[in-house]
Design a binder for this molecule. Structure first.
Ligand code: C2E
Ligand code: MG
Ligand code: MG
Ligand code: MG
Length: 291
């Protein structure tokens, strides 16, 4: 039982449908109270430039400190939040908290971009751009330091997606296509739509070492991104070999447990220096020009 581990030692709880503790109705009701009861938290995972070895961004990832279950992962409750509509207030809370945290880091002299995941229901809300604009104003974060991540699966090649992206883009924020390679984006979509970054899905990075086809896919995504003038990020880097392969093939940025797991805001400040040392140890050139 997670609770036994003590308040500050949450076990990372990943419920699934077969788990006797998994009761979507109860979770939905609990989730309703979670914002008010201050049970939601953001962890941040560093995004490292594979050219310079520097941390260039952080991704905000939500967790729920459930009073009985311990730390519940987004994989367990985001779907419930989507189905109940709670994703709208939760999504706003995430945006606000991430922007506010990034502004604080900036005031401490650490300039970085914060990436926030959007869920399908949030993304298709007609006033999402107004919400984002208001939050940027309230937190005083300049728009270029906010990146919105949209999963490839929800970015259909249609007028609606185009308008939504255009409206967000006109605020000056950055747009990233998450889990790239698992959906069906056309080249036309990537060329026409106002997108800044592709994030190679972690499944390709994971299989890269054992599967030649996955290596080819990764190389192809990197060169395609560069030909379209897009920034490319690899997620789920766990080994030195993966890092070296990606660096050799000029992938711009990387994220993964090899550098750091998602951690609390205060821990991230401490991790900053350490990660740069790790990258330097693997001989990443410090003087390659940033793209
Ligand atoms: P994502 O946006 O693709 O985030 C990356 C996920 O991969 C995170 O899982 C992260 O902890 C995990 N990860 C990072 N590096 C590694 C690695 O080296 N190895 C492995 N095995 N995993 C790694 P997490 O935090 O459980 O989030 C899962 C998904 O939940 C996210 O996938 C995102 O789609 C969604 N999510 C997370 N936070 C939010 C949020 O605030 N709002 C919304 N709408 N969705 C969120
Ligand atoms: Mg993401
Ligand atoms: Mg992803
Ligand atoms: Mg995802």
């Amino acid at each position: 039982q997670a609770k036994k581990a003590g308040k500050n030692h949450f076990k990372f709880y990943s419920l699934n449908e077969e788990d006797p503790n998994f009761n979507p109705l109860k979770l939905g009701m609990d989730l309703h109270q979670a914002i008010r009861k201050d049970e939601l938290i953001l962890h941040y995972q560093p995004k490292v430039s594979l050219h310079s070895g520097k941390i260039v961004g952080v991704e905000a990832l939500i967790r729920w400190e459930h009073p009985e279950l311990g730390l519940v992962s987004p994989g367990t409750f985001i779907t419930i939040a989507e189905e109940t509509g709670l994703i709208i207030p939760i999504g706003e809370w995430v945006l606000y908290t991430a922007c506010q945290q990034n502004k604080r880091w900036q005031q401490k002299g650490f300039t970085t971009t914060v990436s926030v995941n959007l869920s399908p229901r949030q993304f298709t809300q007609s006033n999402l751009d107004e919400t984002v604009a208001r939050i940027l104003l309230e937190t005083k974060l300049e728009p270029q330091y906010l990146e919105l991540e949209i999963s490839e699966n929800m970015a259909g090649d249609n007028e609606r997606t185009f308008t939504a992206l255009e409206n967000l883009k006109s605020l000056g924020v950055r747009i990233s296509i998450d889990d790239f390679g698992t959906g069906y984006s056309s080249l036309n979509f990537l060329q026409k739509f106002p997108v800044d970054t592709l994030k190679i899905d972690r499944s390709f990075v994971e299989r890269m070492q054992t599967n030649e086809e996955d290596k080819t896919i990764v190389k192809t995504i990197i060169s395609m991104a560069h030909n379209l003038n897009l920034n490319v990020v690899a997620e789920g880097i766990q080994t030195k070999e993966q890092l070296i392969f990606l660096q050799q093939h000029l992938c711009d940025e990387g994220q993964g447990f090899f550098f750091s797991k998602p951690i609390q805001a205060n821990e991230l400040e401490e991790a900053l220096l350490e990660i740069q040392d790790v990258v330097r140890d693997f001989g990443l050139s410090q003087d390659v020009n940033e793209r």
